[in-house]
Design a protein around this ligand. Structure first.
Ligand SMILES: [Zn+2]
Length: 353
């Protein structure tokens, strides 16, 4: 089971950083995005200081997870002889921090500041080119030793981040279940675990039960237990479930759609739409599909092509061809993905379930 060593979530969880980091050394190399560190930086310093940990490096200029940024930070980290790397921020910042730590041969710790990504607890890092095109998906040898999700900080981030995070997490149950049916080994040679499927199911139930309330509360500036439950579903359950199974049709179609250049929207928004297509493709019961569509409508995730830029018929074919024939996630479906069947599922979603 691929998992971080310690996951801490709650109000003020960030203040446990120093005490939990101390077994790994007393020289911290802190990296992150500018906004993230302007919000959480003081608390990071305070917790490290009060535990006698010296901040030997502080870089708050991560914009994207590219090889150039990683190499530059590895040089900085080695020069200041950090004993561990603390990555603070969104997906790009924590993904960068994890690779930097690995290249420095020291442990990685991550602190999330918004809920759009499940990268914090993940063993993988997505690397982009300088012009923000997907380059590679790097599977690191180990997960972070410490993941901190301070719900006080995350609940103050714009609510749209949580909507996007939920959109991505929505796919987890359906992709995990599809993948498990194929009985394949993971890329690093391990088998998917049954626990991962239980987490995927728990993640889905939590989104259905708490998602709408959480978004409503965030809009009204209320930090409720529903908000905490959704943070856990996105940050922990979906990360571990995905990590111990794999993506499938929803992400394959997402990748195909983004390649057409005719689709707009955030990763989580496009994935949510593609998840609906996957459930139709799988011929799941209509009630189950309707529940997902209605939930997406309530929380503000796209359910029709119009909401993601209305790609042309030719673009849809191009997207389906990529998803079925070229995307590596296509083989994670228990039945062969055929272009005609996928286009038919897209058509059905358009016309209503
Ligand atoms: Zn995703």
């Amino acid at each position: 089971m691929v998992t971080p060593s310690l996951y801490l979530q709650g109000k003020g969880a960030i203040y446990h950083l120093g005490q939990k980091a101390l077994p790994f050394g007393d020289k911290a190399f802190v990296v992150g995005g500018r906004t993230a560190l302007s919000i959480a930086g003081d608390r990071v310093r305070k917790s490290l200081d009060s535990n006698g940990i010296e901040v030997v490096g502080w870089k708050d200029d991560i914009k994207d997870c590219t090889h150039a940024t990683i190499n530059r930070l590895v040089e900085d980290g080695k020069r200041c002889k950090g004993h561990f790397v603390v990555g603070v921020g969104g997906g790009r910042a924590v993904d960068t921090a994890k690779v930097v730590a690995w290249k420095m041969k020291v442990p990685a710790m991550t602190i999330g500041t918004q809920c759009a990504t499940n990268a914090d607890a993940s063993i993988e890092s997505i690397i982009y080119t300088e012009d923000h095109k997907f380059l590679e998906d790097l599977v690191l040898p180990r997960s972070p030793v410490l993941v901190i999700e301070d719900t006080e900080i995350i609940s103050k981030a714009p609510f749209k981040y949580m909507v996007w995070g939920m959109g991505d997490a929505l796919a987890t149950k359906f992709e995990s279940e599809a993948y498990a049916k194929t009985r394949q080994k993971k890329r690093d040679g391990v088998w998917p675990t049954a626990s991962a499927l239980a987490l995927a199911d728990g993640c889905f139930k939590s989104l259905m039960e708490h998602g709408f309330k959480a978004i409503t509360d965030l809009k009204n500036g209320i930090h409720s237990l529903d908000v905490d439950d959704v943070i856990e579903a996105v940050k922990l359950s979906s990360a571990l479930a995905f990590e111990n199974t794999d993506c499938a049709l929803a992400h394959a179609l997402h990748n195909g759609l983004t390649k057409t250049g005719q689709v707009k929207g955030e990763h989580g928004e496009i994935v949510a739409y593609a998840t609906i297509v996957q459930t139709v493709f799988e011929k799941r019961p209509k009630d189950e599909i309707r529940q997902i569509v209605e939930w997406c409508e309530k929380v503000g995730l796209p359910t029709k092509l119009k909401a993601i830029g209305e790609p042309s018929k030719a673009a849809l074919r191009q997207a389906a061809e990529w998803a079925c024939d070229k995307d590596r996630n296509a083989k994670n479906m228990p039945v062969k993905m055929r272009v005609g069947d996928l286009l038919e599922a897209i058509e059905q979603v358009e016309h209503g379930i």
